[in-house]
Write a protein that binds this ligand. Sequence first.
Ligand code: 57M
Length: 361
Amino acid sequence: MLYDIFYPLSSDYSFLNVFRYITFRSAYAGLTALGLSVLMGGMMIRMLRKFQIGEKIREDGPKSHTAKSGTPTMGGLLILSTLVASTLLWADLSKSYIWVVLLAAVGFGLIGFFDDAMKLKKNEGMSARTKIVLQILLSVAIGSYLIYIDPARSDYVTRLYVPFFKTFQPDLGDWYLLFIVVTIVGTSNAVNLTDGLDGLAIGPIIIAMITYTAILYLCGHLKFAEYLRIQHIKEAGEVAVLSSAVVGASLGFLWYNAYPAQIFMGDVGSLSLGGILGTLAVIAKHELLLFLVGGIFVIEALSVIIQVGYFKFTGGKRFFKMAPLHHHFEHSGWAESKVIVRFWIIAVVLAMISLSTLKLR
Ligand code: 57M
């Protein structure tokens, strides 16, 4: 919105030319979302307490978690509202990718919202089947737009870029839609599984979003893309403004979600943030790199698959002390804050390795 108002005036007032730059708008989109979420966070926590929108803790979990009972939840609404407001303010809204990512944010957010609301009202959320069908439908809509409608992607759209390989780019053809769906739905659910300790999901989300902000900016910039020999994706750079707003909104949420948490994000936050991350990876055509950038989410999801598989296969034996993996470490005697910070450290290392792949090919 500010872009539409101020950039046209730059012919009369040259200092308004800064509104042209994605770097400038990304920085202020991040700061605006951060400011808004820190400012609104306290108010929201008071409101959630007033309406008794608090977490019901499962009895089969680690004992230390019973003290968290009643912690205000659905803090994802804070993340969503501030990132959307900041994006509408700072992004060039004529670029379609902005709307694609906003659709992912709000769509996955709505699925999570109804799930949270049902859990609060009836103690039981949406059925796993309904949730997954809705997630798939939304991802099919996003994937179909990018493959069949988006005019900017044309010939390279179904080719897959493989980290560390310069020329090996298999063309998935029509299977690419399925690949997009698996990427977006998988990321959304993996973030949801990770969100089980204070700040555990939001830390790696911030790190992964910063990484993709850099990647989006680079692949949207013709010269950098040529220099790095990555696919130049016209208009992807603008999405960096949005992902920067996600970073800001998430940092503001972390202010309150840091151990000991005053608020949880709920499914409205975790499903939406995962949906956004998956969509960003697809738009940047760095989908496989998400395994590395979002390695923490991958490990957490894998731990659940291994635990459930092993449990069924052995007729009741456990591979980990408890799944997802963070519970295993809690049961091994690690303090909650230690698990969280160590997972963050691993996320930073993975992000650094991921960025190195831009040149290592
Ligand atoms: C939901 N939700 C947290 C909060 C958050 C297939 C199965 C393994 C699935 C899995 C599952 O349901 N995972 C997804 C994870 C919950 O947090 C809420 O949920 C939102 C995110 N969806 O925003 O609203 C609890 O996590 C804690 N928490 C914090 N701080 C935070 O900032 O401490 C969350 C955010 C909160 C709070 O205690 O209540 C969750 O963990 O439930 N299932 C499991 O995760 C269960 N694992 C399990 O059953 N494993 C089995 C195997 C054989 C399948 C086993 O290993 O025994 C565990 N979940 C819990 N307790 N709560 C088991 C123990």
